[in-house]
Write a protein that binds this ligand. Sequence first.
Ligand SMILES: [Zn+2]
Ligand SMILES: [Zn+2]
Length: 332
Amino acid sequence: MRAMLLDAPHTPLHLADLPIPTPGAGQMLLKVSACGVCHTDLHILDGELTQPKLPLVLGHQIVGTVVQSSAGVHRFQAGERVGVPWLGATDGTCRYCLRGQENLCDHPVFTGYHVDGGFAEYTLADERFCFPLPSTYSDIEVAPLLCAGLIGYRTYRMAGDNVETLGIYGFGAAAHIITQVAKFEGKKVFAFTRPGDTDAQEFAIQKGADWAGDSTQMPSDKLDAALVFAPVGALVVAALKATHKGGVVVCGGIHMSDIPAFPYSLLWQERMIRSVANLTRQDGEEFLRLAPQVPVTTDVKVFPLEQAGEAMEQLRLGQFTGAAVLDMNLAQ
Ligand SMILES: [Zn+2]
Ligand SMILES: [Zn+2]
């Protein structure tokens, strides 16, 4: 099969001819039709996440159809379409798993990190961690829901129920999805982008934001909560300055540059900073039920498999709006 392979951090992905893998206990073999590209893939490429399997097939927003299952696997039938997220498996036995916090599992298996992911024609997945996908979406459209959507949704939920004004810092794949959910739930949305990124600001307005501007600006209304999707620590301080008393700043990414020192007065009055890690299957099920009701639409820039590296560099530089998705059926 064709796969884009990462041999080591800081080296370019290259096309490789790999054997089609054989499903082990509990696993299904999937024919991949689409796979989303995520900032986390960049953090792995850049060596900021330090424990990848190597060589590695990246990609954890996988849409595929079941080709073959190992004995005893029957949650999905051959030919059925499924989604594979970042949380590929857990031990099911650690204190976090037992407390309903499987996103914090001590021995997780992350897709496209500990095991090969979806930048390939075929992949393996643990059936217990796959999702059925809403039929109203095409393979390409639904791919970004599997990380930008799911983990974006967990980030949004952590803002709490008492939110009228919501700030979103970094307007990429997660933000364009979560803005639609927030508007559906009646929130006022302020979108903050890299200074001068008028394309992203226009895009934010188009996706329903009430206001869009530079991350250096203060919103006209104070924020009840701010979601930080860009991996830039200084935005945490900017967001804190913009929040009401009792407000929360939620960091949605897996890696971030250092947060600069700031005066305690910014945190005083019960303001909070928190992170969000990974997802639970419950997050996925809830969000995939909600998305077609909104209905969330995704704006996608499509690349052929062979251009996975190019897609990642364009993501790094913010050269497109919305989400990048590899289409396995697209010829280079
Ligand atoms: Zn991701
Ligand atoms: Zn666990």
